[in-house]
Write a protein that binds this ligand. Sequence first.
Ligand code: UD1
Ligand code: UDP
Length: 384
Amino acid sequence: LKLLTIIGARPQIIKSAAISRAIKNHYAPSIKEVVVHTGQHYDERMSAIFFEELQIPLPDYNLGAGSGKHGEQTARMIAGIETILENEQPDFMIIYGDTNSTLAAAVAASKIHVPVVHIEAGLRSFNKKMPEEINRILSDHVSTYLFPPTQTGLDNLKNEGFRVDNRPPYTIDRPGVFNVGDVMYDNTLFFSKVADKNTDILEKEGLQKKQFLLVTLHRNTNTDDATRLNAIFRALLEIANSGNETLVLPLHPRTAKQMEILLEAELRREISSNPAILLLPPVSYLEMIQLEKYAKLVLTDSGGVQKEAYFLKTPCLILRAETEWVEIVESGAAVLCDADETRILDAYRYFMSNPESSFQTIYGDGSAAEKILNLLLTGAGATT
Ligand code: UD1
Ligand code: UDP
């Protein structure tokens, strides 16, 4: 069986590690994987840094699509992926999540009848102003296998008319829909065992366990909106000035650029000179796992970071109005704060005085990748 995997943005490179590891350990040579990197992320710390650390095969192709407006970036990817699909003739194309790389691959493959396998299908924010919501909905509706990571994801697909009775052979008109758990959970379980041994980020940055807060921010609604960006940073400054914890911010390049342009001058000066605020370049995955595990609290607008905080039993403030990972909020381990200074400060104070949250197992059993590969092997021959 030949799989062609599309990666491009940081979280997809990380997610792909689970499937590549399962192929190497259990399915080679029956399953062969060809990896295509769209080049959506290209900085050393947004891409190259992950391959060796996560033992991911180096891409067989790199399309060098780079940054740009949605249309031009996605178009470059579609053209490149189509040519590779024609040459490689894979049995399936694997796509992850909801980025422009995901959508480009879904469009390219479905039109030339290569069956699409969507890992992390079915998630919805119900906010179509997000580019990711458009990417997910469109990708799901041209997929032949859909793998929602949660019951909520499966239910969302049912509500959009997908049949989940799962009778092979699967086709684009009658896809297979399976909740197998989350490949990110597979990865966190696997790599958290090695992170303690292989990284020294806490020591390197002078951090003490459970005496710092981890902050990540990159969602375009926050980085490109001056009002929201300033409100979030005012709240962070207030936390830095009033609490005893260091705030650690590994900055996505988009955020670093926008802080220079959109933060009010005085606030920017106070943030960059505050000894309790540590601005870092993006960190490696193992370093991130360490930071998430030993932070007292995580503040983030990232989907992946919300979940990893939960896997590692650290409470989370979500810097968005809504989340696709509703189970985490329902469990009480995370609070939606939007970009609202008061809500951020209230939730921070709440978790400082109520540090115990409850963390259930809701993302599978750590073998999502094996379950996906088994289903592809037994259902092989699906066509669009
Ligand atoms: C993308 C995804 C988002 C995902 C995120 C993960 C889309 C529409 N968005 O957002 O869903 O959560 O990746 O991190 O696909 N840049 C660099 N160096 C890089 C990459 C980006 O400097 O290596 C800068 C460029 O200025 C670029 C900007 O970041 O214009 C945004 O990059 P882009 O890939 O378009 O979107 P992300 O915000 O990274
Ligand atoms: N991540 C990382 N280094 C960083 C920030 C994030 O390795 O400096 C990892 C994080 O552990 C998670 C993934 O990147 O596995 C999440 O990606 P991101 O926040 O960029 O995007 P999202 O999940 O919101 O799409």
